[in-house]
Design a protein around this ligand. Structure first.
Ligand code: GLP
Length: 233
């Protein structure tokens, strides 16, 4: 755990402020050209900080981690919709990329997404974590070599994430997601985890062993990982 930089904050808002400050510093020192974004409730306060700031992202390209398969960008259940609502409608970026879960050929879509990523190496990747330790939609057992792919969601993820689904829509069984290797390609990783439900995953990370059943632990192999959490360690 040589390089695991762990910061305990009082709450998600404080964690968002810290994340904002890191992004600001990287942006203002000319090191932020490509920003990896995430979705989920954890990211809402982070995007609030970014949107209320006067930071200029017009030269920054973004890549989102994942998207449900078969959900249109205009559906409030899509991650594309979440991003417009919380960030893209309020801040202008050079380009924004989200995997297209409506693509006719999903394999091609994944290959193309990975190619774009290779051409635009991530400077920072924001990450949340699932209760079962998933990162993006890389569920337990996902290979560390994985690149952008279609992933089956586990029962645990389907259960947790279905509560956010509106209009009685059924949560899809699959999603397109950056792989573990795509994520590990980012220069800097910022992982945010708040609340007791994230404790098992954070405990596994802090134990310091890479375990196939806990994708979060793959991040231990990264040499610039910052973990921001309100959990007492
Ligand atoms: C989804 C996303 C993950 C995210 C997780 C946690 O499953 N695919 O990228 O980390 O939700 O969400 P929340 O922040 O709402 O706890």
């Amino acid at each position: 755990m040589r390089n695991l930089n762990h910061v305990k904050v009082d709450n998600a808002e404080k964690g968002a402020e810290l994340t904002y400050n890191i992004i600001k510093e990287e942006l203002e020192s000319g090191r932020l050209h490509v920003l990896g974004l995430a979705t989920g409730s954890t990211m809402v306060p982070v995007y609030k900080e970014l949107t209320k700031s006067n930071l200029d992202f017009t030269n920054v390209v973004t890549f989102n981690l994942d998207e449900y398969v078969g959900v249109t960008a205009t559906s409030p259940n899509s991650y594309a919709y979440f991003m417009v609502e919380h960030l893209f409608s309020k801040k202008k970026f050079k380009e924004t990329h989200i995997p297209n879960g409506m693509a006719e050929n999903l394999d091609e879509e994944c290959a193309m997404y990975e190619m774009f990523l290779e051409k635009n190496p991530l400077d920072i990747q924001l990450l949340g974590v699932g209760e079962n330790g998933h990162i993006a939609f890389n569920e337990p057992g996902t290979s560390s070599d994985s690149v952008t792919h279609e992933a089956y969601l586990t029962e645990s993820t389907l259960g947790v994430n279905s509560q956010y689904f509106e209009n009685d829509d059924k949560i899809p069984e699959t999603a397109l997601t950056m792989g573990i290797s795509s994520i590990m390609g980012a220069k800097k990783l910022i992982l945010l985890a708040f609340g007791e439900k994230k404790r098992p995953a954070i405990n596994k990370l802090l134990e310091g062993n890479v375990l196939a059943d806990w994708p979060i632990t793959e991040l231990l192999k990264h040499d610039d990982l910052i973990v921001i959490t309100d959990l007492e360690i």
